[in-house]
Design a protein around this ligand. Structure first.
Ligand SMILES: *Cc1c(COP(=O)(O)O)cnc(C)c1O
Length: 462
């Protein structure tokens, strides 16, 4: 093995070393993320208003910009022990294949049945719903990982779980659907005729393959019209980034054990939860002026919220019933081209990451899906893990950075988040292998249609 073998292939923490607190990066931000606004009054959403949609404890976390460390309840820590700590892997085999002097590490979050990091927040959200005495929760799912994670968490805690699944995924991924049903969830393809907003969207866009924005509208409607139900969301929200900080806190502990300091930290960005979680303790150091890191968000060129979106208040859902969030957005009416198979299809981005990006604390780049799958395959062949298409955006950027090091001879340390496995994404892999996968990059005119739907009011896009 390489000369560097004092660092093992996999760095695990002992159970006794597992984090006891989530880290709230907002506490160290000088410019806090902008508050959610009530779309009717354009005033910040109060805890009471949010309480109609979300569980009380989660509302508290959503609004808490100041508490740096929040204790992880013992019950959630017990659940985490079933599949955590997640390994931090030194990608020796990939380094060798690339012939790079760079040192590459990835934090692997795919070691659980849901196959992604989403379980970290699903169990927290289900736990607080249960603690409040609720009957169940509703949600949307796109590729299916979030719905699966939530189903697992709800099954564990004996909560009812209703999932609205984006229609194109529902049809492309029947096995995902059956995993959710195995864990007791009720799964409905969206848009559906089971909700008012779904019927409206179907009337306006017959034959639509759906979008996360539509599915969110449906799930929220069901939550607010059914006694004892609340809505939960798998990404974007401040509370989700808080729960996902477990990824970064574990990573930092593992790296500190071996005196490893990353130069570059890379994550794929859909709604921003895994990236926000992975970078949080590193970003904290950067915000406090204690260390500097290059942080790169990687998104699909077909859904380029950071790189081509606008920073404005916008709806999180197509039905325009959710609060307004200030974020990088393509407009809530934006629906990625149906040939986009690589996930990360949400039109907006976490308000926390949007603010950090706006303030210059991180960079973003967009990559095309065929090059993402090429990177995925290269990675799978040498590192063994079959990566999710979403995660493969980060792999692509990590490989590119490692190849730059090969040119310059720099021995940089690169850390990326490997968010999950791709066993349910074989239709997309099949398209790639058959050469039928295409790249579609929206034109400025395409994007303008989405931007036109962003609400205009004084101070917002005016
Ligand atoms: C959901 C998901 C993502 C993207 O969501 P973020 O909130 O941006 O992290 C990335 N990878 C996998 C495997 C996912 O399931």
């Amino acid at each position: 093995m390489g000369s560097d073998y004092k660092i093992p292939y996999k760095i695990y923490l002992e159970e006794s070393e597992m984090p006891t607190h989530w880290y709230n990066v907002r506490a160290d931000m000088e410019n806090k993320p902008a508050p959610l606004l009530n779309p009717g009054t354009l005033q910040p959403m109060t805890a009471q208003e949010l309480g109609g949609v979300f569980c009380d404890e989660l509302v508290k976390q959503e609004l808490d910009d100041d508490t740096r460390l929040i204790e992880i309840p013992a019950e959630i820590r017990d659940f985490y022990r079933m599949y955590r700590p997640a390994p931090l892997v030194r990608a020796y085999c990939l380094e060798k294949a690339l012939g790079t002097p760079a040192k590459i590490y990835y934090k692997f979050e795919g070691n659980n049945t849901s196959g992604s990091h989403k379980l970290n927040s699903a169990i927290a959200q289900a736990y607080y719903a249960k603690k409040q005495g609720l009957k169940g929760v509703t949600t949307e799912t796109g590729a299916g990982q979030w719905g699966t994670a939530l189903s697992m968490a709800c099954a564990y805690l004996d909560l009812d779980c209703k999932v609205y699944m984006v229609k194109v995924s529902y049809e492309q991924k029947p096995f995902r659907r059956e995993v959710m049903r195995t864990y007791g969830a009720e799964v409905t393809p969206s848009p559906s005729d089971t909700t008012e907003v779904g019927r409206k969207i179907l009337a306006e866009h017959p034959g639509t393959t759906g979008s996360l924005g539509c599915a969110i509208s449906e799930a929220v409607e069901v939550a607010v019209t059914n006694e004892g139900y609340r809505y939960v969301l798998g990404s974007v929200l401040n509370q989700v980034l808080l729960h996902q900080s477990i990824i970064g806190v574990e990573t930092k502990l593992a790296m500190d054990k071996y005196d490893i300091r990353p130069d570059i930290i890379i994550g794929c960005a859909g709604g921003g939860s895994n990236l926000g979680g992975l970078i949080s303790p590193f970003m904290g150091e950067k915000l406090r002026g204690e260390a500097d890191y290059r942080i790169i968000a990687v998104e699909p060129a077909s859904c380029p919220s950071f790189t081509r979106g606008v920073f404005a208040y916008d709806f999180c859902d197509t039905g325009m019933i959710c609060p307004l969030a200030k974020m990088y957005t393509l407009g809530s009416g934006f629906i990625p081209s149906p040939n986009h198979a690589g996930g990360l299809r949400f039109h907006g981005m976490s308000a926390i990451l949007s603010q950090l990006y706006h303030d210059g604390y991180m960079e973003a780049r967009a990559v095309e899906q065929t090059e993402v799958f090429r990177a995925a395959e290269q990675f799978a062949r040498v590192e063994g893990v079959l990566p999710a298409p979403e995660s493969s955006h980060a792999i692509k950027a990590a490989i590119d950075e490692a190849l730059k090091c090969k040119e310059t001879g720099e021995e940089k340390t690169i850390l990326f988040g490997l968010t999950g496995t791709g066993y349910f994404d074989m239709v997309a892999y099949e398209q790639f292998h058959n050469g039928t996968m295409t790249d579609y990059i929206p034109t400025d005119e395409d994007l303008q249609v989405g931007f036109d739907g962003i609400p205009k009011f004084p101070g917002n896009l005016q």
